[in-house]
Design a protein around this ligand. Sequence first.
Ligand code: SF4
Length: 68
Amino acid sequence: MSLCHTCEAVKRIESAKGSVFWMCTRHASDPRFPKYPPQPVRACVGWIRASPSDGLDAGPRDSRVERE
Ligand code: SF4
């Protein structure tokens, strides 16, 4: 599983053909983050766990994970 799947900064995009893409919204303000990070992302300095209202996985917020 990729960190992006539980990150508050991700936008899940599904194409008309059913392909799923994970867009990093941090890309717009920080060039360290690719717009479409190669998956799976195992470590990332920008990761913050999504809140339940984001519609993704919920749990404690923690941004201490490091990018590989
Ligand atoms: S900040 Fe990191 S974990 Fe979050 S969406 Fe962007 S690349 Fe994925």
